[in-house]
Design a protein around this ligand. Sequence first.
Ligand SMILES: [Zn+2]
Length: 244
Amino acid sequence: MSVRRRALAELGVGVGLLALAAGLTVDVLSPPKKADAEKPRTVVTNAMLQAARTDNRCTRGRVALTFDDGPDIYTPQILKVLRAYRVRATFFVMGQKAAARPGLIRAEAADGHLVENHSWSHPHLADLDQAQIDWQLAATQRAITTAGAPAPTLLRPPFGNTSATVDGEAKLLGLRVIRWSIDTDDWRGREPGDIAASVLDQVVPGSVVLMHDGVRQSAATVQALPTVIRGLRARGFCTALATD
Ligand SMILES: [Zn+2]
């Protein structure tokens, strides 16, 4: 799937992209209704959580697990796995989804995870003008703090695309731009084993792992997560927050 088609999928309905293409302001976009209508598959099993009490020793270094594009229907299952393994992670959330599911934002923060800024509606920020960029970032900050989480200090621009203007607007809001170093491509519909292998084959001290809790393919990410955590710990890596 191309990046452009992914944008379309994430917006849920084509009209969102059409609105952007027509130059309308982004706040006319509605949350992705298609995802709302979809029921999550229950993926977490007791067997997945059995070996949860593994040590989190940093003998080889730290790794940041990060989850993008939520909060959404698979976020509660991601949180359940993280809680069982006592892992703290970083969620880069979309403002429009934070506004739609504030309880999940509160749950993320309550579990000690970082809740960070991933824009309001997942546009290519570098294609927007300064006022639109500012709105995308500031409205997302407001949605997150209104939900009850601390104000984000990190911005992960959608698709990793940024520009001097985006960086400048982020800085004005106290946001540091961060990308990732390992892309699991979990949103492409990969098998859980392949998602886990992409992490465990590439991991080095300081790796920042990109996964998704807010896409339709996130069931596979939930299934991969225990293998990822156990594999990292078996290799001497501990899991840490993106700001650690
Ligand atoms: Zn994203």
